[in-house]
Design a binder for this molecule. Structure first.
Ligand code: MN
Ligand code: MN
Length: 345
């Protein structure tokens, strides 16, 4: 029986490659996500005004729309932008997409434009300042990626993008358990159940280019689907996804959104995903997409169209568990950034 002539050396005292300057060893961006006093998306530069935004030359700007005064059920989506911006990640701006084999921040300049200056209890004003903020961002150059907020923010945000690209027209791909096409909810025209109705009735988007994916459950009622049919809306229920698969449905959704328009606005209500994978949301509906299906669908849409704006809405951190939902919403943004980066490379 042989034995080593010398015992091995337990080298743990040499396990840290100590720097000469331990205090200055890590820059702000190199520190982990939770070591962060500033709180921008992925610690990206903050460009809160038109001048800094224009000077940044950014391709994409994150915009917060922290209001939930349009909520009918569980509130809390006003805390969505903060939670999505500070979702737990490990890669920061060195991100490398294993899915798409691209480094999004190498190919794209991305900044955080801060939040629309909303206050609580003045919902019409909130939607007006969100519209103004998103319009200013789009006018300065970058594609706005808007973090909600409840879904009522899609009315001012998508209208701002449509106004910016005018006279080009916009198709919308809308992921949601709910159609959000009610005329009013509890008498309000600006509920989170009504934004798609406002966008279509005001003429920002043609009904026939408004495409909904993931509808399920028991709302809205039958009569609303009649209105949607009259206006030419197209929708793909969860049953169709079960039967045909997400890829075939997404291919159709892209073609329908672009049946006329050249550009696309993407709206992602996180409740399109099953509450088991996205519990932190206002109106959970059992039996939804998997997180994996949604992320794949987002990559597919953004990879195939000219994206002019998007939003991720209805993340309600008080109802979340272990940051599951805010992390998924964050990842929706990352997949869109990566797909856009790949498209531009
Ligand atoms: Mn919605
Ligand atoms: Mn919904």
């Amino acid at each position: 029986m042989s034995q080593m002539s010398e015992r091995p050396d337990f080298r743990i005292e040499r396990s840290e490659l100590a720097s000469q300057d331990e205090f200055g060893e890590y820059g702000y961006e190199d520190l982990e996500y939770y070591v962060d006093v500033r709180g921008t998306f992925d610690k990206l530069p903050l460009c809160p005004d038109d001048e800094s935004l224009a000077a940044s030359g950014a391709d994409v700007a994150i915009v917060g729309a922290p209001t939930d005064d349009g909520t009918s059920g569980r509130p809390g989506a006003r805390f969505g932008p903060r939670a999505i911006r500070s979702a737990p990640t490990t890669w920061g701006t060195d991100a490398w997409s294993i899915q798409l084999e691209v480094e999004p921040y190498e190919r794209l300049t991305v900044v955080d434009a801060g939040d629309a200056p909303v206050v609580a209890s003045r919902h019409a004003r909130a939607l007006r300042v969100i519209h103004e903020k998103v319009f200013r961002v789009a006018s300065a150059g970058p594609i706005p990626f808007v973090l909600g907020g409840d879904h009522s923010i899609t009315y001012p945000a998508a209208a701002a993008v449509a106004r910016h690209v005018w006279p080009r027209t916009v198709g919308v791909v809308h992921f949601d358990a709910h159609a959000d096409t009610a005329d009013t909810v509890h008498g309000s025209l600006i509920s989170h159940g009504t934004p798609m109705r406002r966008l279509i009735e005001e003429g920002w988007v043609d009904g026939s280019n408004f495409v909904q994916v993931g509808l399920r459950g028991y709302w809205p009622e039958k009569a609303l689907f009649e209105w949607m049919r009259e206006r030419g809306l197209r929708w793909h229920s969860i049953v169709e996804i079960e039967e045909r698969g997400i890829d075939a449905v997404i291919d159709d959704a892209i073609a329908e959104a672009l049946d006329g328009p050249e550009v696309v606005y993407l709206s992602v209500d996180i409740d399109v995903v099953d509450p088991g994978m996205a519990p932190g949301t206002g109106v959970p509906e059992p039996g939804g997409l998997t997180g994996r299906e949604l992320l794949r669908a987002v990559r597919r849409v953004v990879g195939a169209v000219e994206l002019v704006g998007m939003d991720v809405v209805e993340v309600s951190p008080p109802y979340d568990q272990a940051e599951i939902t805010s992390l998924l919403a964050y990842r929706v943004v990352m997949e869109a950034l990566s797909a856009l980066a790949l498209r531009r490379s």
